[in-house]
Design a protein around this ligand. Structure first.
Ligand code: SAM
Length: 214
């Protein structure tokens, strides 16, 4: 299934156009063989899921968009296509080979790729010169992460979001719901069947700050 959306708006920094189709899939598959638990999937996410996830974003308002687990950039390029010219995309991946691959794919100055864990998202946001993220998108395989890591990432994500900001999660299982429900006031639950395998899509919204009593 194709993994790069066709919408092209604001993305001038793409180096050398689209990566060869089999090159991307080959890279992804090789990393899955090396680190199955960390990568969590044999093929990248479909364009249908990419578009449905990103259609939930208010691109006019978004100034900091964070992506966890960009891999070969399936979502990254689509985010850059939509991202406001003054906004930043912070992409965090634990796999150094994916980080190097992604850096070679884009020279867009709005993209900052960092090597590390999503559990350190607040530090990375601060180092990028921001206080909070407007949106955080996750492709992390929560059900195969080491014990306690998913819990830590979700708690840090909640703290890293601006009030009213959203954590957008796509997954092949509903496992992550048990991590999201205790933290977020509002969790939306959807499904996309036109993906191999069918994909669960969640949107967890950080509650707005309560107005101070007079
Ligand atoms: C299922 S792949 C998703 C790739 C891509 N976003 C897609 O949709 O095709 C999961 C990605 O999460 C990354 N990852 C796993 N654990 C991580 C962590 N703790 N912090 C950041 N990235 C992590 C992996 O290296 C991999 O790139």
């Amino acid at each position: 299934m194709a993994s790069i959306p066709s919408k092209k708006k604001n993305n001038p920094g793409r180096v050398g156009g689209k990566a060869p189709f089999l090159g991307q899939w080959g890279m992804f598959f090789r990393q899955f063989i090396k680190h199955p638990g960390m990568v969590g999937s044999v093929i990248p996410t479909s364009a249908t899921v990419v578009n449905r996830m990103l259609d939930q974003v208010d691109w006019q308002k978004c100034r900091l968009f964070v992506e966890y687990g960009p891999g070969v950039g399936t979502f990254t390029h689509a985010v850059l296509d939509r991202l406001h010219p003054d906004a930043t995309l912070l992409a965090i991946d634990l796999n150094l080979d994916f980080v190097a691959y992604l850096e070679a794919q884009s020279a867009d100055p709005r993209l900052k790729v960092v090597h590390g864990s999503a559990a350190d998202v607040r530090r990375f946001i601060k180092e990028a010169g921001h206080a909070h993220a407007d949106y955080i998108l996750s492709g992390l395989p929560f059900s195969t992460l080491p014990a306690g890591v998913g819990e830590a990432i979700c708690a840090e994500t909640h703290a890293a979001l601006t009030p009213g900001g959203a954590f957008l999660v796509y997954q092949y299982s509903r496992y992550v719901l048990r991590l999201l429900n205790p933290l977020f006031g509002e969790v939306h639950d959807d499904r996309e069947w036109r993906n191999i395998p069918p994909c669960c899509m969640f949107r967890a919204v950080r509650e707005q700050a309560l107005a101070k009593a007079a």
